[in-house]
Design a binder for this molecule. Sequence first.
Ligand SMILES: Cc1cc2nc3c(=O)[nH]c(=O)nc-3n(C[C@H](O)[C@H](O)[C@H](O)COP(=O)(O)OP(=O)(O)OC[C@H]3O[C@@H](n4cnc5c(N)ncnc54)[C@H](O)[C@@H]3O)c2cc1C
Length: 401
Amino acid sequence: MVATAMEVIDPAAGQPLEDSDDIRQIREAVRALCADYPGEYWRQKDRERQYPTEFVRALTEAGFLAVLIPEEYGGSGLGTGAAAAILEEIHASGGNGAACHAQMYIMGTILRHGSAEQKREWLPGIARGDLRLQAFGVTEPTSGTNTLGLKTVAVRDGDHYVVNGQKVWTSRAEHSDLMLLLARTTPADQVEKRTDGLSVFVVDMREALGNGLTIRPIRTMINHSTTEVFFDDMRVPAGNLIGAEGKGFRYILDGMNAERIVVAAECIGDARWFVERASGYAKERVVFGRPIGQNQGVQFPIARAYAEMRAAELMVRQAAALFDNGRPCGAEANMAKHLAAEAAWHAADTCIQTFGGFGMAEEYDVERKFRETRLYQIAPISTNLILSYLGEHVLGMPRSY
Ligand SMILES: Cc1cc2nc3c(=O)[nH]c(=O)nc-3n(C[C@H](O)[C@H](O)[C@H](O)COP(=O)(O)OP(=O)(O)OC[C@H]3O[C@@H](n4cnc5c(N)ncnc54)[C@H](O)[C@@H]3O)c2cc1C
């Protein structure tokens, strides 16, 4: 096992970054659950490009996907630190939480900005898992990272909005009942502030499918159940607008820190898995009459990957502690995601090199995890955009775009 326990005090959050007893128990329970879903399970899903339905069901039934939902709506009311621990353990066990991680945090937009009625309508079902809210429609093919340039429009028509446009990379849309959708409600040239004019809706895809909504899977280098979706006069009840019309960009941004923190935790889990596998193999594989790990050319990159992983882990924990204490954490959430994604990628590269030819063989899972962990430098936000955030908002340099 790669050690992760720490006794570092975070002065900003004013609380220790070590695991509480609750989090330690959660980690153990997740590890036990994941033991029923070994490499062969994930390999077969990857090969057949299938959704890990059984695994997601087990996580749901154990309540792990409802940790961020307050107890009054049927969740366990824990913080981002708990969600991060769950996802880290899934990834450290060789699995992949991306199939369902969004069920944990997309609902945060309803929780923070929805009306009392909307929370009562959706949150209990999401907490039970009867209602899947794990599709997030933001990215579009023509605007990409430039969210404010998105073209999907929602036009008010009586007690509905009529939506036209297209999204791309809408992950898990085929395995979700609801979608959180960002669409333009006021043309960009008619708004005072450039961040105004976008609105957030909850779309009931069970009703919309075939009634203006079309979903097409996109096959990618990983098993990610991602899709493109098309809206053709799709009608959404006006009651499904979250918060104020035109303020949706702000609502979406404020959920992004949580997303970056938990995704960073997945990267830490991946890095742990790679370091553990690489160091284990380096101790056992004998070539030229000695374990390959006796050679510093093999040993040092693994040690370096471990150090990078531990450093990134500190930043993930600090970001989670700040978030859970209601403190600003934009810089920390971005740095956590960036450092953890890099640590995971360096660990992946080191692991495949350590395994030599066997790193390429399906049966060791290294090549699958290698492919999977590459995503995190692109999504949910790409490296350059994180660096430009730090350059502009933390270091005060001129805006680059
Ligand atoms: C598997 C997968 C799942 C995804 N899931 C979802 C989802 O569920 N919902 C959703 O809404 N989106 C999702 N995404 C989209 C993801 O968030 C975007 O792919 C990502 O934000 C990058 O946007 P883009 O692909 O349009 O790249 P582009 O915006 O086209 O950028 C291409 C490259 O140029 C760089 N670049 C662009 N502009 C600048 C600039 N001004 N300065 C420096 N560099 C720049 C980018 O960093 C990137 O490296 C997913 C993507 C993938 C691949």
